[in-house]
Write a protein that binds this ligand. Structure first.
Ligand SMILES: [Zn+2]
Length: 430
């Protein structure tokens, strides 16, 4: 594997997207030591190449994609229920290997950052640390570690039980030491046969609010697994930072979310898979109809959320049945566009919006920002499929997690794809 020693590189494109705005016309971007240091209108590739700058050319460039909701230790490809149940019982080292494979595949797909929404083994934390290493070939991980839930309620594969108020404060406080976010399992799963959320929320408004205030007191955001009107009312009332899934959303809740700055990660993919492949679970025709209605309502509410200006995050719930790590991000972007959102709004929800939600210093690709980007053969506004075959992926070096770490930054790590003018083997450089 060719180590990426290019501390400098030049990229010439016909157009690019910085995560919020698109920029038309030939542009020359200069990267030094993993940071974007120059953006000049026009094609200056020849003169820069002449002075020794390595040169890449492509049609379109955008920031590395972000998947704001995954479970790295779960494999989304197998759809057989027994196989999936057996996977959960596999030894830790095998689950670690599965998670590494998920993070590697994710990066190969041009998804340079993921938010892991929980596992009970601490695998997400370990992959996060491994991904920090230069040349790891893994997508960077923001880890929600272990979440919190009620005893005997949904979420055992990703959360621990909490009891009274004292145990909530103690548990959440302890989790904030290693967790980048706190995952609150607020509701159960949707009863697709009934076409509704039929159980009560796992936490009262006061209890959920205590989770949020405790997490915020330790500088951590809260992501809530939540669907159904009752759960959504508790989530918004408690002031969680993002609502994951949020099926059976309504306009009033969206207005409150917009006003309070709460984000929404709608995760169409896992439910769309159930609708598109009912044979995988053996859903009845009636249930397939319910799934269609749930998806159509979800798309309608996504349009409303966009019109209202609610912060939207692309998250796939990768690892769920039929939802494959990395690949599913373009599917989710496709669901946003099919719902009626402009392409750039969907791209924003998969690039700058999650980085901003995570508190990144540079949510957009701008001068001085770490260079994390995709080089494509076409503008995704004209050919969304171009997102599935990135020519080159740059992963920014890991941001130092703790103050006082050694300064200085290794160069951006390039990922070459077959067919690019880099050496033709599928490789992750450096
Ligand atoms: Zn999930």
């Amino acid at each position: 594997m060719r180590p990426n020693t290019d501390a400098r590189s030049t990229i010439v494109v016909d157009g690019w997207f910085d995560g919020e705005r698109r920029h038309a016309g030939p542009t020359t971007l200069k990267v030094v030591d993993g940071r974007l240091v120059g953006v000049t209108p026009g094609d200056h590739g020849r003169e820069l190449a002449g002075s020794g700058w390595p040169l890449e050319r492509g049609a379109f460039l955008l920031p590395g994609l972000v998947d704001a909701h995954v479970h790295l230790f779960l494999d989304g490809a197998p759809t057989d229920a027994k196989h999936r149940a057996d996977h959960l019982k596999r030894p830790l080292d095998e689950l670690m290997d599965a998670a590494r494979a998920s993070a590697r595949q994710t990066l190969q797909c041009g998804v340079t950052r993921v938010r892991d929404a929980g596992d009970r083994h601490g695998i997400n934390h370990r992959v996060r640390e491994e991904a920090r290493r230069c040349g790891s070939q893994l997508a960077h991980v923001r880890s929600a570690g272990l979440g919190v839930k009620r005893a005997k309620r949904y979420g055992a594969f990703m959360a621990a039980d909490v009891g009274d108020e004292a145990s909530i404060v103690r548990s959440v406080g302890e989790l904030t030491v290693e967790n980048d976010e706190i995952k609150l399992i607020l509701t159960g799963i949707i009863d697709f046969d009934a076409g509704a959320v039929t159980d009560e929320p796992q936490f009262t408004l006061d209890e959920a609010r205590l989770v949020v205030t405790t997490a915020h007191a330790h500088g951590r955001r809260v992501m809530a697994h939540c669907s159904g009107a009752k759960g959504l009312a508790v989530a918004v009332g408690a002031g969680v930072d993002s609502i994951e899934h949020g099926f059976f959303m309504d306009r009033e809740t969206l207005s409150k979310m917009r006003d309070a700055g709460l984000a929404w990660t709608p995760t169409f993919c896992p439910v769309h898979f159930q609708w598109a492949h009912p044979e995988a679970v053996g859903w009845s025709q009636n249930t397939v109809g319910n799934l269609r209605r749930i998806l159509d309502r979800h798309a309608e509410m996504l349009r409303v959320a966009h019109q209202l200006g609610v912060r939207l995050l692309v998250g796939t719930d990768a690892g769920s049945m039929g939802v494959e790590h990395g690949h599913a991000v373009v599917d989710e972007i496709g669901h946003f566009i099919a719902a009626g959102l402009p392409v750039d709004a969907a791209l924003h929800a998969a690039t700058a919006a999650p980085r901003s939600h995570f508190g990144d210093a540079h949510p957009r690709l701008e001068l001085g920002a770490p260079f994390e980007a995709l080089l494509l053969d076409a503008d995704p506004a004209r050919d969304l499929g171009a997102l599935r075959r990135p020519r080159r992926v740059w992963r920014a070096p890991a941001e130092h997690r703790f103050p006082g770490d050694a300064p200085g930054r290794p160069p951006a790590e390039g990922v070459s794809q077959p067919g690019s003018d880099a050496p033709s083997t599928r490789q992750v450089a450096a």
